[in-house]
Design a protein. Structure first.
Length: 802
């Protein structure tokens, strides 16, 4: 490769088409696409999503490679606001850097304090870090910084390109001064501040900077996409991230009213996506001299007021047989203009560098494409955002609306969320393995390591620290050490062996383990297979009777009590309030191990009495397979010493020595877990449990109806506080049904021949992830009903009867 071009914010609306254009125009150059996925996850978390479901960035890069036979793009998941940026620039030495990695929504920046702070930090810190990194490592590089046309103060004067020579008190300035800037929102103020910093960096440090004062971009297609959906860019049309022309397009195509804010006399500059990207790409060859802050007004449609824009789009829409409507709201942004403001706009590139596609052509082409790619429409995308001056207690009213959108019963919201983040067509309801890594994180992780084992370790260390921070927030456990381990089964093997070694130091050879009849083999199995342990399985009638249970404890004086927090076959929650503290009172020297594999992520963990709590990450945290979290009481951890004895510690921290997975492992596990915990915290444990139990109640109710109708004797085990539906059938073998579902890509769990709460039979377990929805569960139920009907009606009981 003959050089490197770096695009910051390459997964955005402009970033991706720009990357394609550069890759095609410069096949001998390496194009690095950096993004942190913020835009995608933030839009989804607000309850919105783009019109078209676009593949993730790495799939798009692959599709581009296939179509054009080029392999000069590579994606990097990194934060601009971290040392990763300087490190990347130091390593790659790009000659051209596009900076598009900014929070670009004025409405988002006005949602509340957190959003305002995020905008300032991300935009201004990111910009500052870029300037310093370029100064340090590639001072001759060309920075192309996306500014905003909206930074300029509009006062009836012609709008110059960044600098002009004003007159005052009869005198004309001798050197050009910055054209006045003013804004009504935090986003645009952050861009104004950026302009000052880049101007300073050019003047004082001699950097070469082109600042592109970008007007509102509209449209969906660029020439490189060639109408291939796997190369499309995101098209947002919601009130926070959707911009005016794109919103109007989506509104006319879907039959909603175009929402004009205020009088509609306010003006907006516009530019078609293809024109904007073409022009941006040409700056690679058009480099300003050292020390120049060149400002470019990037706008092609200079005359539109919002009313005129709506009227023009309405005309074009009518021309293609649509029935456009326009509605007016109050002046949400304080833009009130009694009549259209008058000013002209200078654009030095117009006619040369800046190609201007006919507005009507782009609008017609966009309408046609939106009609063809009609998506799941969510009407809340069309409502306006709330007024920028309507704040109470520091919280903008919009957030309340967003909360309402996200509530448990909002199928449209969750459907969109699933499509955005867990788009698999399979329905995974196997509560033993809900390890479905969100789509938007997969690519991130793939690109972190680039085949270098040392970077794998470095990433592992960094991720481990973040995991510990996340865990401390999610599960504050005073007096415990939290460690990232292997899964419950793997950790229990180690713990059973280490315990044996420690217990035998007192000379004893045989140890009593008290447990229940419904443990998962992964937890209790190691004790069952090591002959030094003698197991007693208490039946549920004893476990559920406080007095009887205490009597057993006192009589047996077990060395170890091993119990599950949520019962494996039924999903029922242990009555831990009295159970665990009673164990500690009755047998204070016994080691109490709590298997939280079935409860981690959906129930509050009962810290306080248990010496160890062990859970897996591939169930309700939807995290990596083979990972686990284990909490050890401080004194227990000191006594037991370690689980891993090979001293290949990955960390300096002695607290983790011997308890965290040592070197020689795949530490992407840590990165995957970090991503899963981040997602888990973003959605929130409460929302997750509420949504999952709500769906589980629906599935249970409907399943009951189907089985009752078919005359199949059954009962549901468990309770209503768990998102696990556990179905017990005694007269039928449910395995053929399980197999039938599996072939239809519906996964559940079948446990044959088990005893639960004095009943004997076969159990089918359904665990319902929060991101599922009624429509997909209905499909599962219909599939079950079709199997059951068929088997009964065709008198194929032979399939069902044991
Ligand atoms: O449904 C809507 C949406 C917007 N508007 C009006 O359309 C105008 C433009 O609003 P917008 O949301 O499309 O765009 P804006 O907030 O101005 O910001 C967008 O356009 C800027 C360039 S410029 O518009 O400032 O030139 C970029 O910097 C930003 O990143 C991009 O989000 C405003 O007068 C707004 O009141 C409506 O009337 N109805």
């Amino acid at each position: 490769m003959n050089g490197t071009i770096l695009i910051l914010g390459a997964e955005g609306y402009l970033g991706w088409p720009l990357a394609m254009k550069l890759a095609l125009h410069h096949p001998d150059q390496k194009i690095i696409l950096l993004d942190n996925g913020w835009r995608k996850s933030t839009v989804a978390n607000l309850g919105f999503g783009p019109w078209l479901q676009i593949p993730d960035l790495s799939s798009r890069i692959e599709a581009f490679g296939r179509k054009y036979g080029l392999a000069n793009m590579c994606a990097v998941h990194a934060e601009v606001c971290s040392d990763e940026l300087a490190e990347l620039i130091r390593r790659e030495r790009p000659h051209t850097i596009y900076h598009l990695a900014q929070q670009c929504s004025a409405s988002y920046s006005m949602l509340g304090l957190q959003q305002a702070l995020y905008t300032i930090r991300n935009n201004e810190e990111g910009n500052m870090r870029l300037l310093w990194a370029v100064r340090e490592y590639v001072p001759k590089a060309h920075i192309i910084k996306l500014g905003s046309f909206g930074e300029y103060a509009k006062g009836g004067l012609p709008i110059a390109e960044g600098y002009f020579k004003p007159g005052y008190k009869g005198q004309l300035a001798s050197t050009p001064l910055p054209y006045p800037r003013a804004a009504n929102d935090i986003y645009h103020v952050s861009k104004i501040n950026d302009s000052n910093y880049v101007a300073m960096a050019a003047r004082t440090w001699g950097l070469r900077i082109t600042e592109v004062m970008q007007a509102t971009v509209f449209g969906l297609l660029t020439s490189e996409m060639d109408a291939s959906p796997d190369l499309f860019t995101r098209f947002d049309y919601d009130p926070i991230f959707g911009t005016v022309a794109n919103r109007f397009l989506a509104q006319v195509v879907s039959g909603s009213s175009m929402t004009v804010y205020g009088s509609g006399n306010q003006r907006t500059g516009l530019m078609a996506l293809n024109d904007a990207v073409n022009s941006l790409a040409r700056f690679v060859e058009d480099v300003p001299p050292v020390g120049e802050h060149r400002v470019v007004n990037h706008v092609t449609e200079t005359h539109y007021s919002i009313n005129e824009l709506a009227a023009d789009i309405a005309d074009i829409a009518r021309g293609v047989g649509l029935d456009p409507k326009i509605s007016f709201t109050s002046d949400l942004r304080g833009e009130s203009a009694a009549k259209k403001p008058i000013y002209s706009i200078e654009t030095s590139l117009q006619g040369s560098h800046l190609y201007h596609t006919d507005f009507h052509t782009v609008i017609r082409e966009s309408i046609s494409l939106l009609q063809k790619q009609y998506s799941t429409l969510l009407s809340h995308h069309f409502s306006p955002h709330s007024a920028w001056n309507e704040c109470s207690d520091g919280k903008n009213l919009d957030l309340k609306r967003v909360d309402a959108v996200r509530k448990t019963e909002n199928e449209a919201y969750w459907d969109q969320f699933r499509i955005n983040t867990f788009p698999s067509t399979r329905v995974n309801l196997n509560p033993g393995c809900l390890a479905t890594l969100p789509q938007d994180r997969l690519e991130t992780i793939k690109n972190q390591v680039n085949g270098n084992p040392l970077s794998l370790y470095a990433l592992g260390r960094e991720a481990f620290i973040s995991i510990q921070e996340e865990c401390a927030k999610l599960w504050p456990a005073i007096g415990y050490r939290c460690n990232v381990t292997s899964s419950t089964s793997q950790t229990m093997n180690l713990l059973a062996l280490v315990l044996l070694r420690r217990l035998q130091e007192d000379g004893k050879r045989c140890f009593q383990v008290l447990t229940s009849e419904h443990e998962h083999p992964g937890g209790i199995g190691p004790f069952e297979h090591l002959p030094e342990y003698k197991l007693t399985y208490l039946p549920d009638v004893v476990l559920n009777d406080a007095e009887e249970f205490n009597r057993c404890l006192r009589e047996m004086q077990p060395d170890i009590v091993f119990l599950s927090h949520v019962y494996y076959p039924t999903g029922k929650l242990m009555q831990d309030k009295w159970r665990l503290s009673n164990i500690k009172k009755a047998v204070p020297n016994a080691i109490l191990i709590l298997d939280v594999a079935q409860s981690l992520g959906i129930q509050q963990l009962p810290f306080g009495d248990a010496d160890v709590l062990i859970g897996s990450t591939h169930k309700w945290l939807h995290g990596p397979l083979g990972g686990g979290l284990a909490w050890f009481k401080e004194d227990f951890a000191s006594w037991i010493g370690a689980l891993y004895w090979n001293k290949q510690h990955l960390f300096e921290d002695p607290q983790t020595h011997g308890f965290s997975i040592p070197g020689g492992q795949d530490f992407l596990l840590y990165e995957r877990l970090r991503q899963s915990l981040k997602r888990y915290r973003e959605i929130g444990p409460k929302a997750i449990l509420e949504r999952s139990t709500y769906l589980a109640a629906y599935l249970k109710r409907e399943l009951n109806g189907i089985l009752g109708h078919a005359g199949i004797t059954h009962c549901f085990m468990g309770d209503d506080v768990s998102p696990v539906v556990s179905l017990l059938v005694s007269d039928y073998d449910p395995y053929p049904l399980y197999e039938f579902l599996r072939k239809k890509d519906i996964h559940i769990k079948c446990i044959k021949h088990c005893r639960v709460e004095a009943k004997v039979g076969h159990v089918l377990r359904f665990g319902i992830p929060y991101y599922e929805n009624m429509g997909r569960l209905r499909m599962v139920l219909d599939t079950i009903a079709s199997f059951v009907d068929c088997a009964i009606m065709d008198k194929q009981e032979v399939d069902l009867v044991i």
